[in-house]
Design a binder for this molecule. Structure first.
Ligand code: FAD
Length: 384
């Protein structure tokens, strides 16, 4: 398929955000929607490298509200979009080892419960009872939500892209946006390696690369790419099928069942920002040592696969939704390592912002780009 000369709306980035925006715009009747992805396949950026976790457990109301809107969309995904996404409600169990985290999580659990999220408080004893294979002597408490779980990211991306295409949108691979044309403060065209497309509206859904797209229009979008990595193991029959998504919060260390084995990852707090997606073999050893200390069973597991991807980190660990100082240029990016689960609601929100001038389904006015220059940051604590 060749690049059209014009489009009503161009979306940059074929990850979960771009795919969801394309579908939701097409579902609202927008016919001339063009999605451009630089890679040979859709969803190979942060989305295709993520852990697939979906959760209600956040520390700010707006993130909980995004989950309250987005997770039911994932539950309805197959019925609405016609694509299976393997939603496994294994629950997230986040365990705490410091008095400070216990105090903070008690507070945020009350907020979640007030919003109707049924997160539960577990004592250290209860955590040790539920996870007999793990070494958890130092665990003080945990939060657990049985409605949290895992979803297949590729199914979500391709489901949205196919559904958008059926509704008339055009999604192209191997098209890299290399520049934006502006006239008098308005966006007028997108320049690519395959030619120029004139358009009055552009959505920057370039994930970890969104700051680079902003720069093409002279707009500062404070998103820092930060490498994160994980690995999967050979089968471990001892791990029960109902093993939850377990997070050792203080160490940013996590485990969940993946096929017959486990997936585990640990965030490196000293990771320098950058676009490098090679495996850091030194950090992998640090990670494996910490993981085996928690779950000694791992010592007898083999490595099946490992990979690195990029978190798209904003200064307050919240995403950026909506308009920019350039008329016609919108942004939805910066989900700071927990955006896959908010992909569905983001597409709907962006369709509302673009077509109605205002988000309806969740109030995201506090998550505008202007908050950074106006000092209105709201910090998310539950970042893994
Ligand atoms: C290791 C890891 C684990 C994670 N675990 C989870 C998790 O368990 N749960 C969760 O909810 N989130 C998780 N995340 C975060 C989640 O992956 C992201 O928040 C989300 O996928 C961001 O989606 P996106 O569409 O904004 O970005 P991406 O998926 O990166 O999509 C952006 C796309 O834009 C394309 N692009 C960039 N520049 C251009 C250009 N110039 N022209 C054309 N195309 C361009 C890229 O190639 C890319 O495909 C994790 C992330 C990582 C890295």
């Amino acid at each position: 398929m060749s690049l059209p000369k014009t489009a009503d709306i161009v979306i940059i980035g074929g990850g979960v955000m771009g795919a969801s925006v394309a579908y939701h715009l097409a579902a609202r009747g927008q016919k001339n929607v063009l999605l451009l992805e630089k890679d040979a396949f859709f969803g190979q950026g942060a989305t295709g490298r993520c852990a697939g976790g979906v959760r209600y457990q956040f520390s700010t109301e707006v993130n909980v509200r995004l989950s309250l809107a987005s997770l039911p969309m994932l539950e309805q995904f197959e019925a609405e979009i016609g694509q299976a996404i393997d939603f496994r409600r294994c629950g997230y169990l986040i365990f705490l080892t410091t008095p400070q985290d216990v105090a903070i999580f008690k507070h945020t659990l009350a907020m979640q419960n007030k919003l109707g999220v049924k997160t539960e408080w577990l004592s250290g004893e209860e955590v040790r009872r539920r996870l007999p294979l793990m070494r958890l002597e130092d665990v003080l408490a945990a939060t657990y939500n049985p409605g949290d779980g895992l979803v297949d990211p590729h199914g979500v991306v391709m489901g949205y892209i196919h559904a958008a295409s059926r509704l008339g949108a055009l999604a192209l691979n191997n098209v890299e946006v290399t520049g934006l044309h502006l006239t008098g403060g308005y966006v007028t065209a997108v320049e690519t390696n395959a030619g120029t497309v004139t358009t009055p509206r552009v959505v920057n859904a370039a994930g970890p690369w969104a700051g680079l797209i902003g720069r093409m229009a002279g707009v500062n979008i404070p998103i820092t790419p930060v490498r994160r990595q994980m690995l999967t193991t050979t089968p471990l029959p001892e791990i029960s099928p109902d093993f939850p998504f377990v997070i050792d919060f203080a160490q940013s260390l996590y485990f969940h069942r993946e096929g017959e084995g486990l997936l585990t990852g640990m965030s490196n707090p000293g990771q320098a920002p950058g676009f490098d997606q090679d495996i850091d073999t030194h950090w992998e050893l640090v990670h494996l040592e910490a993981a085996s200390a928690r779950l000694p069973l791992l010592e007898k597991a083999g490595l099946v696969s490992h990979w690195a991807g990029l978190y798209e980190v904003t200064p307050d660990a919240h995403p950026i939704f909506g308009v920019t100082p350039v008329e016609g240029l919108y942004v939805c990016a910066g989900f700071s390592g927990h955006g896959f689960m908010h992909g569905p609601v983001t597409g709907k929100l962006m369709s509302e912002i673009i077509l109605d001038g205002k988000a309806q389904i969740v109030d995201v006015t506090a998550l505008d780009l202007a908050r950074f220059s106006e000092g209105r940051l709201i910090q998310e604590y539950n970042v893994v």
